[in-house]
Write a new protein. Structure first.
Length: 277
């Protein structure tokens, strides 16, 4: 759903709030008092300037006796915008894929992140946001990660640049937990992870993340991402070139066994550092 379309729907939500409020004979201040927000907030909800929290939408339903209308539409609108427009299609395709290959040059891919690591990444991007603002983004990534636990047994092959292990996102304790999570997934045969070492030097598509997805009954796709933008590629010739880049990166990476040993030793280093602080 495009941002403009979402705004129109939030305006509809606000218009319906105003209609039901007026039909109930309540002013904005009166309704605000009943749902524990200011009358000014109610006015901003009605004008689609501000979006309410879920608990406020639920209380509005209770006060206006609207049989869950505002909660249901709130959930629909929020669900529709859990992912950026350029990434939403990727999320739709992940559960359909039989094989996913990723290269991550700087951070652990979303499907592999622990909750603490996720929050540290989000906090770095929004240093002044309250903690609860990250809840939705965290849950959306955790929801995506269920593909790794599917009975279908997705083939998931990941190459991480060594920088992913060395940058202490969230501090030593968070990194130890994150790397131990990677080890667990490897040992449970839910992911095959290789490390591209610093010593490998230059590599194809340098600095860019890559994701390739294969399907049983559809052509393969490739996805790459920049700052607040991403491109889903399905042209066979371009996908083939991305696959070639990925193959070259994978060829330069450490073996799965050597990569596992490096992840384990780095996790232990972080764990020891955390215990001494």
């Amino acid at each position: 759903m495009a941002n403009a379309s979402r705004q129109v729907l939030w305006e509809y939500w606000g218009a319906e709030l105003k209609r039901h409020r007026e039909n109930a004979g309540l002013t904005q201040d009166m309704l605000g008092e009943k749902v524990f927000v200011s009358g000014g907030y109610i006015g901003q909800f009605e004008q689609a300037i501000r979006r309410p929290q879920l608990d406020v939408a639920k209380r509005i339903d209770q006060v206006l006796q609207t049989d869950g209308f505002f909660e249901r539409t709130w959930r629909k609108l929020i669900d529709d915008q859990r992912y950026a427009d350029y990434f939403a299609k990727v999320v739709e395709l992940e559960p359909l894929a039989t094989k996913i290959c990723e290269f991550a040059p700087s951070i652990v891919p979303g499907l592999l992140q622990t909750e603490s690591y996720m929050r540290a990444v989000m906090r770095a991007a929004s240093p002044f946001a309250p903690d609860e603002e990250f809840d939705e983004g965290v849950q959306s990534r955790l929801d995506r990660a269920v593909v790794l636990n599917s009975e279908k047994r997705l083939t998931y092959w990941v190459v991480l640049h060594e920088a992913v292990l060395r940058v202490p996102v969230g501090g030593p304790a968070v990194m130890a937990e994150q790397l131990e999570h990677l080890v667990r997934l490897i040992r449970e045969h839910r992911a095959l992870i290789q490390i591209l070492p610093f010593a490998a030097g230059a590599y194809p598509s340098m600095g860019k993340m890559l994701k390739l997805m294969d399907f049983d009954d559809a052509p393969p796709t490739a996805y790459t991402e920049a700052v607040y933008a991403g491109t889903l590629l399905d042209d066979p010739a371009i996908v083939k070139r991305v696959q070639q880049d990925y193959d070259l990166i994978r060829a330069a990476a450490r073996s799965p066994e050597a990569s596992l040993a490096l992840i384990e030793s780095t996790a232990e280093e972080y764990r020891q550092c955390a215990s001494t602080n």
